[in-house]
Design a protein around this ligand. Structure first.
Ligand code: PHE
Ligand code: NA
Length: 448
């Protein structure tokens, strides 16, 4: 059965890398490396990606390609009459909710492109730069306007379809993104703090590595590969039968990690050159770095490039998040693609207004002691993604036909029995165990 989807395997990989590479790589990864002891964290993180991230990624792609439908309908097809599709529903709702706050941060990156272009940080003290950030995100109109622009772009791309929209944009955006991050990395290495930055990022000091670091690495490997959000399953449904899923999954994880490391190099070399705090946390990209660029030769250009990088990374992720909901609208609800794109985008944008306002004017709008923005973040990453993925893995590893999995993974390709055994072992035992650890720790039962 032919389903209209990606035109080429390269296009599919670029789209999936686009989804994977996002704010998580450029904004979140460096600061969790920073707060968890640098190189030791990195090492554990890479291992976790290989043992847990890649097998789950393969699983999601193969479910989608086997069933060739959106994430909810896929489970209905693979397990008729059973309730496994609930994991798909959780995943689709999660992607909807995530997009509503992710697009707010994505909008910030547009403001920061504008600010770098207009040299807004030149001659400002660290304190003023920090105030510029908090002032901006807490203002009522401006961040929402940028979020709107971002959602509009996202919607227009998704509305154009998989090959003419998502694939086309990703095939251009990802190579540009890679080029920018390589240039920024090389620039960083030539700075005075280059050595120190590399040491920080790569030297494995296990005395600084804690249980909290291990759990952070687990959680991040999950978020960074866009797992548990119906995305890879949906993209998998648009993948041709001759695509080598094993190879694709490894390539996606490879590029995701490569770009995160390059971003880390770019950021930490600059941070050490200017004696800033590498453990600054979430403010690293929007508060720490704007201090750096005006002080470095050629900083104007590198500053603009950095925020363009952030915006491109965010855009290829927001289109994948929107596609989750749109595919559900098209396949499960039988809407036209145009209608599904517009409706989903409007719903998400309305929700994003609340998220944005909760950083300022409406910070009193709180749920469970968290701002609306933080609440959605916690709810989705701590509970929804993990439970969706957990159910999906249990289904595939324990209740689905092993032969069918082998068949789907090896489709037109040679797959060594040994490699399959390793994958199946990970699927059946290791990944569910990891998911349980993540869930327990987010419930606060497993103390770090
Ligand atoms: N993987 C993306 C990142 O690292 C985040 C993301 C999450 C993208 C969920 C899409 C969906 O930033
Ligand atoms: Na990522």
């Amino acid at each position: 059965m032919e389903r209209k989807g990606f035109n080429s395997n390269f296009g599919m990989i670029m789209a999936a890398v686009g989804s994977a590479v996002g704010l998580g790589n450029i904004w979140r990864f460096p600061y969790i490396v920073g707060t968890n002891g640098g190189g030791a964290f990195l090492l554990v993180y890479v291992l976790i990606c290989l043992v847990i991230g890649v097998p789950i990624l393969m699983s999601e792609i193969l479910i989608g390609r086997r069933a060739k439908s959106d994430c909810v309908d896929s489970f209905k097809k693979l397990a008729p009459g059973k309730k496994w599709y609930i994991s798909g529903i959780i995943a689709v709702i999660a992607s909807f909710l995530i997009l509503s706050f992710y697009s707010v941060v994505a909008g910030w990156s547009l403001e920061y492109i504008y600010r770098s272009l207009t040299n807004a940080f030149a001659g400002k003290s660290p304190e003023e730069i920090s105030n510029l950030f908090t002032g901006f995100i807490s203002s009522p109109i401006r961040p929402i306007a940028w979020t709107f622009v971002f959602m509009l772009m996202t919607m227009l791309i998704v509305r154009s379809g998989i090959d003419k929209g998502i694939e086309k944009v990703s095939k251009i955006a990802i190579p540009i993104l890679l080029l920018i991050v390589i240039c920024l990395g090389i620039r960083g290495l030539t700075l005075e703090g280059g050595r120190e930055g590399l040491h920080f990022l790569f030297y494995p000091d296990f005395s600084k590595f804690t249980m909290a670091g291990f759990l952070a690495a687990l959680g991040h490997s999950f978020f960074t590969l866009s797992l548990g959000m119906a995305i890879m399953t949906t993209y998998g449904s648009y993948v041709s039968d001759d695509n080598n899923i094993v190879k694709s999954a490894f390539s996606i994880a490879f590029f995701d990690t490569l770009i995160a490391i390059l971003a880390g190099i770019a950021i930490f070399t600059s941070v050490f050159t200017f004696n800033l705090d590498p453990t600054q946390g979430a403010g690293l990209a929007f508060v720490t770095l704007p201090n750096v660029f005006p002080r470095m030769p050629g900083g104007y250009l590198f500053g603009v490039a950095f925020f363009v990088l952030l915006a491109l990374a965010a855009l290829t992720s927001t289109i994948s998040l929107l596609e989750s909901s749109v595919a559900f609208g098209v396949d499960s609800l039988k809407l036209s693609r145009k209608k599904a794109s517009v409706l989903a985008a409007i719903g998400i944008f309305l929700l994003s207004i609340l998220s944005s306002l909760s950083n300022g004017a409406n910070s009193s709008l709180q749920i469970a002691g968290l701002t609306f923005f933080d609440f959605l973040d916690k709810l989705t990453s701590n509970y929804m993604l993990t439970s969706a993925a957990f159910i999906e893995i249990i289904f595939l590893g324990w209740f689905y036909d092993k032969e069918a999995i082998f068949d789907e993974l090896s489709n037109h390709h040679t797959l060594e029995q040994k490699a399959f055994k390793a994958y199946y072992l990970a699927l059946k035992y290791i990944t569910p165990l990891a998911m349980v650890l993540i869930i327990l720790s987010s419930l606060g039962i497993l103390k770090s």
